[in-house]
Design a protein around this ligand. Structure first.
Ligand SMILES: Cc1cc2nc3c(=O)[nH]c(=O)nc-3n(C[C@H](O)[C@H](O)[C@H](O)COP(=O)(O)OP(=O)(O)OC[C@H]3O[C@@H](n4cnc5c(N)ncnc54)[C@H](O)[C@@H]3O)c2cc1C
Ligand SMILES: [Mg+2]
Length: 457
């Protein structure tokens, strides 16, 4: 294949997700010549919106933002994207072992307000374990977990082992398993699949106590990729999966399904397992090769269900449900007050996803709606729209929300996660030291990779 374009770019960014777009934009704004190459026919990767016939938006990927996500907030301000508080007024619903509790509080690990009226013994069990979990979290230094004796010990355990050793009741066990599956700390993952060290690290640099789901965006997060892409204009090529990157001391040659381009540097901006699918010549160093074989994506589908109006509010309910229902462990009101439409966003995660995915279309829909009816009442059975986003079936994501570390990965291979290889730099939310797995983490890594490269240009 001949070089398709005689230009030697300053940088080629591979992947037009949020991290790649931010990196490219910053390089372009500094007057350097950048090209973005994206596999899909759209920008944004896991930041992916859609409008319903009702003019209500839905976010098929991420949607929430929180007050300490500074880099993402700065981006929103820059593009004039307006925010509103995530609807949370009213009582929350907990379903545990078939019993229903309405309460004026909330918990995602971190408890707030009034607890649900389960037994004192069960609530104390969860709270005592939560304190131990927080104490362990605070012992971790900031930054990516390093290879040392203490971390190796934490990294040799799964989260479920810790949960079993630290809780006495079924509720206590569920409280933490739910954290692993619904909140995720990247992932989300079954607690039997994720390293204890990873979960503690996630609780340290992306804590629920900082309310990462505090706000939503008028028009949705899905509008942002287009705004950044507009600034880049024709410097983005869509529908061109990158297959191979040849690199040496002089520069890089990036080969797609259709063409070949040269540049001084490249930024590969995608989750580690997708970066690992590209052929590198010369090959990646062994630690990097081993790492990218070991960083799986969370197993999660997102489902967005819309109603004429947020009917749950008539009953004094917040539209937020959590519990160990058969399919739905977490659902949340995502209605934009400016449209008047009611939207519930929910997830089917881990082993629940496995079983749910094997059912017919109509059975999957019936399964989700019947769980929503348990949380909010029979009105939930008659939505105006129902959208499933099956992230593990998307070959350009492989899962969602993000990738997580199974036991042993951080301490044996973690140092290869961000280390550049010659002129190849890495970006993507999985690489972030603050808010990994979130939009904010993606922005931070895009900014950092661009800055690193620009120091050489
Ligand atoms: C269901 C779900 C819910 C979420 N909820 C939230 C939330 O509420 N708040 C929040 O902050 N975050 C949330 N997230 C996470 C957030 O969406 C991600 O952290 C962020 O979008 C990741 O951006 P990225 O650029 O790092 O990666 P990606 O968006 O994955 O971008 C990678 C890009 O690379 C492209 N690519 C891959 N391989 C190649 C190749 N060989 N050649 C060319 N291109 C390639 C892909 O097509 C993709 O466009 C959620 C994610 C999901 C899936
Ligand atoms: Mg993205």
């Amino acid at each position: 294949m001949s070089i398709s374009n005689p230009i030697v770019y300053d940088c080629i960014v591979v992947g037009a997700g949020l991290a790649g777009l931010v990196a490219a934009r910053n390089i372009h704004r500094s007057g350097h010549n950048v090209l973005v190459i994206e596999a899909q026919d759209r920008f944004g990767g896991r930041m992916y919106g859609q409008y319903l016939p009702s003019k209500q938006w839905i976010d098929r990927g991420g949607q929430w933002v929180g007050p300490t996500q500074d880099r993402f907030l700065a981006l929103l301000d820059e593009y004039g994207v307006r925010r509103f508080p995530s609807p949370a007024e009213g009582r929350k619903v907990l379903i545990f072992d078939g019993k229903r509790y309405e309460f004026d509080g909330f918990f995602q690990g971190f408890p707030e307000g009034e607890p649900p009226s389960i037994s004192e013994e069960e609530w104390r069990d969860a709270m005592d374990a939560w304190e131990r979990f927080e104490t362990l979290t605070k012992e971790l230094p900031s930054g990516h977990p390093r290879r040392d004796r203490q971390n190796q010990k934490l990294d040799s355990q799964t989260f479920i082992q810790w949960i079993e050793e630290n809780t006495l009741t079924a509720f206590g066990r569920w409280y933490f398993s739910y954290m692993s599956r619904a909140v995720g700390y990247l992932g989300p993952a079954e607690p039997s699949q994720v390293s204890l060290l990873h979960v503690l690290w996630g609780n340290n640099c992306a804590p629920q106590s900082e309310h990462p789901e505090a706000e939503l965006l008028h028009g949705g997060a899905g509008q942002i990729p287009e705004k950044i892409a507009t600034e880049l204009g024709t410097r983005i090529r869509l529908r061109e999966p990158v297959l191979r990157i040849c690199h040496d001391q002089a520069g890089v040659e990036v080969e797609t399904l259709k063409s070949r381009f040269t540049a001084k540097f490249t930024i590969v901006a995608m989750p580690p397992h997708l970066a690992g699918r590209i052929i590198y010549d010369p090959p990646m160093p062994p630690l990097r090769e081993q790492l990218t074989q070991r960083v799986p994506m969370g197993c999660c589908a997102k489902i967005l269900i819309s109603y004429d109006r947020p009917f749950w509010r008539d009953k004094g309910l917040a539209g937020i449900g959590l519990g160990n229902c058969k399919w739905i462990e977490l659902c949340a009101d995502s209605s934009d007050p400016e449209t008047g439409v009611g939207v519930i966003a929910t997830f089917v995660v881990g082993d629940r996803y496995r079983d749910w995915r094997s059912m017919s279309d109509s059975d999957r829909r019936a399964a989700v709606l019947s769980d929503l009816a348990i949380y909010f009442g029979d009105e939930a059975l008659s939505p105006s729209t129902y959208d499933e986003v099956d992230w593990p079936s998307d070959p350009w994501a492989g899962g969602g929300y993000a990738a997580f570390m199974p036991p042993g990965v951080w301490t044996s291979f973690g140092e290869a996660l961000t280390a550049p290889v010659g002129r190849i730099y890495w970006a993507g939310t999985e690489m972030a030291e603050r808010w990994p797995g979130f939009f904010d983490g993606a922005v931070r890594t895009g900014e950092a990779a661009a800055k690193a490269i620009m120091s050489f240009l």
